[in-house]
Design a protein around this ligand. Structure first.
Ligand SMILES: *Cc1c(COP(=O)(O)O)cnc(C)c1O
Length: 360
């Protein structure tokens, strides 16, 4: 058996060392005499693991003490609804800055729950750039400002945190969290589906400033209420125990690798390697404003779309997996999350060079 170079956009590559450890302790987890999937989520062992995972994530991201960290279910998509349900009243304005397809979806889900205002959008340029900050129409009385720091489908990333004054800033960090250090204190709430940089699918991490929990309406279903989940340490009901455990192993792996400053160096280099080759190739192209090119998701097209099928077939045969672009965009996409190594990127560029030479 040989594992391929995995460029999947999500569920995405996991570090091989983590998978091997999970394999080694799959049948007997610690001293529990059972697998991690077979023990109570309210037992001592599971609770200790859950606490350690949270502590490690807090350390990695330097999460300030006045933030709660929640491990929930329903994915980032559930957060598109859960956030307005908790943090805005129906008659309140909420501002959305839209730089891609996930931001569009967040807007659609929020529409029935609050007064959604699209404060800025890059739709007019096909979501290939970030609208200039001076053009954002923000309301200082909005309940929050929502944006997507990395748009996974078209590969548009913010490299600074927008200044939105005193209005809580909410970020869908699903495809960029843990790729480099961030200043959590600038945010009211951060959320991220796990299956890109945190672990397997089935968990969404929510990091929320404590004072915002006072907004959660008392009359909403408990299962959607952030304050309830915070009060019960995300154990309101049975969590995704295996996903939580694996996320914990990823956090330990990240710490052992040197933390997010090291990830930043590696991720910058991986992205530079690929964009530099695309730009100089004269055969491949990436349409995104160079100032906003994502480190995590690199969409690209071939000189002639008729070659797409051959590119996908041959790249797969060469052990380069999951390069097909999102159906909304076409072409190719290489996702370069933390678990994707420089070796994998070098192998991709070598293949692309050879393919261009043969077909250019
Ligand atoms: C993958 C992704 C989502 C969707 O996550 P689910 O867990 O499938 O709901 C939302 N936002 C962004 C930015 C993503 O990359």
């Amino acid at each position: 058996m040989s594992r391929g170079h995995n460029f999947s956009a999500g569920p995405a590559a996991l570090p091989e060392a983590v998978l091997r450890r999970a394999q080694a302790e799959l049948l007997e987890w610690g001293a529990s005499g059972a697998s991690v999937m077979e023990v109570s989520h309210r037992g001592k062992e599971f609770m200790a693991m859950a606490e350690q995972a949270e502590a490690d994530l807090r350390e990695l991201l330097a999460v300030p003490a006045n933030y709660k960290v929640l491990f929930l279910q329903g994915g980032a998509t559930q957060q598109f609804a859960q956030i307005p349900m908790n943090l805005a009243r129906r008659d309140q304005r909420v501002d959305y800055v839209v730089t891609g397809d996930w931001g569009e979806k967040a807007v659609r889900e929020a529409r029935s729950l609050a007064q959604v205002h699209v404060a800025a959008s890059s739709a007019a340029v096909n979501h290939t750039a970030i609208p200039p900050r001076a053009d954002w129409d923000l309301d200082p009385n909005a309940a929050y400002v929502h944006y997507t720091p990395n748009e996974t489908i078209r590969g548009v990333e913010f490299f600074d945190i927008p200044d939105v004054g005193d209005v809580p800033l909410i970020a869908d960090m699903s495809s960029t969290i843990l790729s480099r250090p961030i200043d959590v204190s600038r945010f009211g709430l951060i959320y991220a589906g796990a299956q890109k940089n945190i672990g397997p699918s089935g968990i969404v991490v929510v990091i929320v400033r404590e004072d915002l929990l006072a907004r959660c309406p008392a009359d909403m279903p408990k299962i959607f209420n952030f304050a309830e989940h915070a009060a019960q340490n995300s154990l309101l009901n049975t969590p995704n125990t295996f996903g939580w455990y694996l996320a914990g192993l990823i956090f330990q792996w990240l710490k052992a690798e040197g933390g997010l400053a090291v990830m930043e160096q590696r991720n910058r280099r991986k992205a530079e390697t690929l964009y530099r080759y695309i730009d100089e190739s004269g055969f491949y192209a990436n349409p995104v404003d160079p100032a906003a090119r994502s480190w995590m998701n690199v969409p690209f097209t071939l000189a002639r779309a008729e070659l797409d099928a051959a590119f996908l077939q041959e790249s797969k045969e060469a052990g380069l997996l999951a390069l097909k672009g999102h159906k909304l965009v076409g072409g190719m996409r290489a996702s370069l999350y933390n678990a994707v190594t420089q070796d994998s990127v070098d192998a991709l560029v070598a293949f692309m060079r050879d393919f261009a030479r043969r077909n250019g």
